[in-house]
Design a protein around this ligand. Structure first.
Ligand code: HEC
Length: 104
């Protein structure tokens, strides 16, 4: 019984994460992809890649732009209306993108 409820809890958590990733992706397609690329590899030369970045780091930066603790003309405006839930979804999406690194 205990085992079953643990399994159900893990499944519910994984489902919630998958939901976050899907919703984050949908939002990013509309609001972020123009500069950060459709999969988080930046298309704008002065925008950073977000693909595969740690979710904690991404949400901290978005909250810092939102509060003004981190200042940037464009990102400040973009982050202003984001809710905590939207930030979590966007961070879940970009951190879920798999990237590989190869030494030159
Ligand atoms: C008009 C272009 C543009 C759009 C649209 C845009 N960004 Fe950005 N973003 C930038 C630029 C340029 C920077 C670098 C800002 C700086 O120097 O602090 C940046 C920085 C960031 C960072 C910090 C990355 C790091 O490595 O510290 C995050 C996170 C981020 N953007 C997320 C988003 C999300 C999420 C969206 C959509 C809701 C979005 N951005 C939309 C241009 C854009």
């Amino acid at each position: 019984m205990k085992k079953l409820s643990f399994v159900l809890l893990v499944c519910a958590a994984l489902n919630a994460l998958a939901d976050d990733v899907a919703q984050g992706r949908a939002k990013a397609d509309v609001a972020c992809a123009l500069c950060h690329g459709p999969t988080g590899i930046a298309t704008l030369p002065n925008a950073p890649n977000l693909a595969g970045q740690q979710a904690i780091y991404l949400s901290e930066q978005l909250k810092n732009y939102r509060s003004g603790k981190r200042q940037h003309e464009v990102m400040g405006v973009i982050a202003k209306p984001l809710t905590d839930a939207e930030i979590a979804q966007l961070a879940a999406w970009y951190s879920a993108v798999k990237v590989t690194a190869e030494a030159p």
